[in-house]
Design a protein around this ligand. Structure first.
Ligand SMILES: Cc1cc2nc3c(=O)[nH]c(=O)nc-3n(C[C@H](O)[C@H](O)[C@H](O)COP(=O)(O)O)c2cc1C
Length: 178
Protein backbone atom coordinates (compact mmCIF):
# COMPACT_ATOMS: atom_id res chain seq x y z
CA UNK A 1 0.00 0.00 0.00
CA UNK A 2 1.42 3.39 -0.94
CA UNK A 3 1.02 6.51 1.18
CA UNK A 4 -1.88 7.84 -0.92
CA UNK A 5 -3.83 4.61 -0.53
CA UNK A 6 -3.10 4.63 3.21
CA UNK A 7 -4.38 8.18 3.66
CA UNK A 8 -7.42 7.62 1.45
CA UNK A 9 -8.40 4.24 2.88
CA UNK A 10 -7.99 4.87 6.62
CA UNK A 11 -11.22 5.03 8.65
CA UNK A 12 -11.99 5.36 12.32
CA UNK A 13 -12.77 1.78 13.36
CA UNK A 14 -15.10 1.21 16.31
CA UNK A 15 -15.72 -2.56 16.02
CA UNK A 16 -12.88 -5.10 16.24
CA UNK A 17 -12.35 -8.84 15.83
CA UNK A 18 -11.12 -10.54 19.01
CA UNK A 19 -7.92 -11.82 17.29
CA UNK A 20 -4.85 -10.49 19.10
CA UNK A 21 -2.47 -8.13 17.32
CA UNK A 22 0.94 -9.68 16.68
CA UNK A 23 3.56 -8.05 18.97
CA UNK A 24 5.78 -7.34 15.93
CA UNK A 25 2.95 -5.29 14.39
CA UNK A 26 2.42 -3.33 17.60
CA UNK A 27 6.13 -2.59 17.60
CA UNK A 28 6.04 -1.58 13.96
CA UNK A 29 3.24 0.98 14.41
CA UNK A 30 5.02 2.43 17.47
CA UNK A 31 8.21 2.69 15.45
CA UNK A 32 6.39 4.59 12.70
CA UNK A 33 4.95 6.98 15.31
CA UNK A 34 8.48 7.55 16.62
CA UNK A 35 9.57 8.90 13.21
CA UNK A 36 7.17 11.86 13.24
CA UNK A 37 8.55 15.41 13.25
CA UNK A 38 8.45 17.32 16.53
CA UNK A 39 9.33 20.65 18.14
CA UNK A 40 13.15 20.87 18.12
CA UNK A 41 13.09 17.11 17.61
CA UNK A 42 12.40 16.72 21.32
CA UNK A 43 9.93 13.84 20.80
CA UNK A 44 7.69 14.57 23.76
CA UNK A 45 5.36 11.66 22.97
CA UNK A 46 4.91 8.59 25.15
CA UNK A 47 2.83 5.49 24.42
CA UNK A 48 1.26 3.13 26.93
CA UNK A 49 0.29 -0.19 25.32
CA UNK A 50 -2.41 -2.29 26.97
CA UNK A 51 -3.04 -5.84 25.77
CA UNK A 52 -4.38 -7.36 28.98
CA UNK A 53 -7.89 -7.02 30.33
CA UNK A 54 -6.73 -5.57 33.70
CA UNK A 55 -7.60 -1.86 33.71
CA UNK A 56 -10.04 -1.96 30.77
CA UNK A 57 -13.18 -1.44 32.85
CA UNK A 58 -11.70 1.54 34.69
CA UNK A 59 -10.42 2.95 31.41
CA UNK A 60 -13.82 2.67 29.71
CA UNK A 61 -15.38 4.31 32.78
CA UNK A 62 -13.50 7.49 31.90
CA UNK A 63 -15.46 7.79 28.64
CA UNK A 64 -19.03 9.12 28.44
CA UNK A 65 -21.63 6.50 27.48
CA UNK A 66 -22.53 8.39 24.32
CA UNK A 67 -18.95 8.36 23.05
CA UNK A 68 -19.41 6.25 19.88
CA UNK A 69 -16.07 4.49 20.34
CA UNK A 70 -16.53 3.51 23.99
CA UNK A 71 -17.38 -0.18 23.41
CA UNK A 72 -14.19 -0.73 21.45
CA UNK A 73 -12.17 0.09 24.54
CA UNK A 74 -13.40 -3.10 26.15
CA UNK A 75 -13.51 -5.36 23.08
CA UNK A 76 -10.39 -4.40 21.08
CA UNK A 77 -7.41 -6.69 21.65
CA UNK A 78 -5.03 -3.77 22.17
CA UNK A 79 -5.30 -0.18 23.38
CA UNK A 80 -2.65 2.49 22.92
CA UNK A 81 -2.76 5.49 25.25
CA UNK A 82 -0.99 8.36 23.49
CA UNK A 83 0.57 10.75 25.98
CA UNK A 84 2.97 13.68 26.03
CA UNK A 85 5.49 15.23 28.38
CA UNK A 86 4.86 18.96 27.70
CA UNK A 87 8.24 19.77 29.27
CA UNK A 88 9.82 18.16 26.20
CA UNK A 89 8.14 20.50 23.74
CA UNK A 90 7.69 24.26 23.25
CA UNK A 91 5.10 27.03 23.47
CA UNK A 92 5.12 29.68 20.73
CA UNK A 93 2.44 32.21 19.83
CA UNK A 94 0.38 30.71 22.61
CA UNK A 95 0.38 27.34 20.88
CA UNK A 96 1.36 24.42 23.08
CA UNK A 97 3.25 22.31 20.60
CA UNK A 98 3.18 19.11 22.61
CA UNK A 99 -0.34 18.62 21.23
CA UNK A 100 0.87 19.06 17.63
CA UNK A 101 3.93 16.83 18.16
CA UNK A 102 1.85 14.07 19.64
CA UNK A 103 -0.92 14.41 17.06
CA UNK A 104 1.62 13.92 14.28
CA UNK A 105 2.98 10.79 15.92
CA UNK A 106 -0.57 9.56 16.53
CA UNK A 107 -1.48 10.00 12.86
CA UNK A 108 1.68 8.18 11.76
CA UNK A 109 0.59 5.35 14.04
CA UNK A 110 -2.93 5.27 12.59
CA UNK A 111 -1.72 5.28 8.99
CA UNK A 112 0.92 2.62 9.65
CA UNK A 113 -1.71 0.47 11.37
CA UNK A 114 -3.97 0.78 8.33
CA UNK A 115 -1.05 -0.25 6.14
CA UNK A 116 -0.79 -3.44 8.19
CA UNK A 117 -4.53 -4.17 7.91
CA UNK A 118 -5.22 -2.93 11.44
CA UNK A 119 -7.85 -0.45 12.57
CA UNK A 120 -7.56 2.53 14.92
CA UNK A 121 -9.83 5.29 16.18
CA UNK A 122 -8.43 8.43 17.75
CA UNK A 123 -10.53 9.03 20.85
CA UNK A 124 -10.25 12.33 22.68
CA UNK A 125 -13.56 12.65 24.51
CA UNK A 126 -12.73 11.35 27.99
CA UNK A 127 -11.99 12.41 31.56
CA UNK A 128 -8.21 12.73 31.63
CA UNK A 129 -7.94 12.61 35.42
CA UNK A 130 -9.85 9.33 35.58
CA UNK A 131 -7.63 7.78 32.93
CA UNK A 132 -4.48 8.87 34.71
CA UNK A 133 -5.73 7.42 37.99
CA UNK A 134 -6.83 4.15 36.33
CA UNK A 135 -3.48 3.68 34.59
CA UNK A 136 -1.19 5.27 37.17
CA UNK A 137 0.17 7.80 34.68
CA UNK A 138 2.60 10.29 36.29
CA UNK A 139 1.51 13.78 37.33
CA UNK A 140 3.15 15.94 34.60
CA UNK A 141 2.18 13.73 31.68
CA UNK A 142 -0.83 14.66 29.51
CA UNK A 143 -3.10 12.12 27.86
CA UNK A 144 -3.59 13.47 24.33
CA UNK A 145 -5.62 10.61 22.87
CA UNK A 146 -6.41 6.91 23.05
CA UNK A 147 -6.91 4.40 20.29
CA UNK A 148 -8.04 0.81 20.13
CA UNK A 149 -5.83 -1.28 17.84
CA UNK A 150 -6.97 -4.48 16.20
CA UNK A 151 -8.34 -6.18 13.12
CA UNK A 152 -11.44 -4.28 11.90
CA UNK A 153 -14.83 -5.99 12.14
CA UNK A 154 -16.53 -3.28 10.07
CA UNK A 155 -15.84 -1.36 6.85
CA UNK A 156 -17.23 2.14 7.38
CA UNK A 157 -17.95 4.38 4.42
CA UNK A 158 -15.79 7.49 4.14
CA UNK A 159 -17.02 10.38 6.32
CA UNK A 160 -17.67 13.60 4.42
CA UNK A 161 -14.96 16.20 4.04
CA UNK A 162 -15.21 19.91 3.20
CA UNK A 163 -14.49 20.82 -0.39
CA UNK A 164 -10.98 22.08 -1.12
CA UNK A 165 -12.38 25.49 -2.15
CA UNK A 166 -13.86 25.91 1.37
CA UNK A 167 -10.58 25.39 3.15
CA UNK A 168 -7.80 26.39 0.77
CA UNK A 169 -7.28 29.87 -0.64
CA UNK A 170 -5.23 31.09 -3.55
CA UNK A 171 -3.00 34.16 -3.13
CA UNK A 172 -5.61 35.98 -1.00
CA UNK A 173 -7.67 34.91 2.03
CA UNK A 174 -11.21 33.86 1.00
CA UNK A 175 -10.22 33.48 -2.68
CA UNK A 176 -11.09 29.79 -3.12
CA UNK A 177 -8.32 27.52 -4.38
CA UNK A 178 -9.86 25.80 -7.43
C1 LIG B 1 -8.90 14.87 18.11
C2 LIG B 1 -9.89 13.78 17.79
C3 LIG B 1 -10.71 13.29 18.79
C4 LIG B 1 -11.64 12.27 18.49
N1 LIG B 1 -12.39 11.74 19.51
C5 LIG B 1 -13.22 10.70 19.24
C6 LIG B 1 -13.92 10.07 20.31
O1 LIG B 1 -13.78 10.41 21.50
N2 LIG B 1 -14.74 9.04 20.00
C7 LIG B 1 -14.90 8.58 18.72
O2 LIG B 1 -15.65 7.62 18.52
N3 LIG B 1 -14.22 9.15 17.68
C8 LIG B 1 -13.40 10.19 17.92
N4 LIG B 1 -12.66 10.77 16.89
C9 LIG B 1 -12.80 10.24 15.51
C10 LIG B 1 -13.56 11.21 14.59
O3 LIG B 1 -14.94 11.18 14.91
C11 LIG B 1 -13.31 10.80 13.12
O4 LIG B 1 -11.95 10.94 12.83
C12 LIG B 1 -14.12 11.64 12.13
O5 LIG B 1 -15.50 11.43 12.30
C13 LIG B 1 -13.76 11.33 10.66
O6 LIG B 1 -13.93 9.95 10.41
P1 LIG B 1 -12.72 9.06 9.85
O7 LIG B 1 -11.64 9.07 10.88
O8 LIG B 1 -13.30 7.67 9.66
O9 LIG B 1 -12.27 9.66 8.56
C14 LIG B 1 -11.75 11.76 17.17
C15 LIG B 1 -10.89 12.26 16.17
C16 LIG B 1 -9.95 13.23 16.49
C17 LIG B 1 -9.00 13.70 15.41
Amino acid sequence: MDIFQAITGRRSIRKYKPAPVEPAKIKQVLNMARLAPSWKNMQCWRFLVLTGSGPRGALAGAFPDDNPGKKALVSAPCIIVVCADPGESGVENGIEYYVADTALAFDHLCLAAHGLGLGTCWMGWFDEGEIKRALDIPEGIRVVGITPLGYPDQSPNPRPRKELAQIAFCEKWDNPYQ
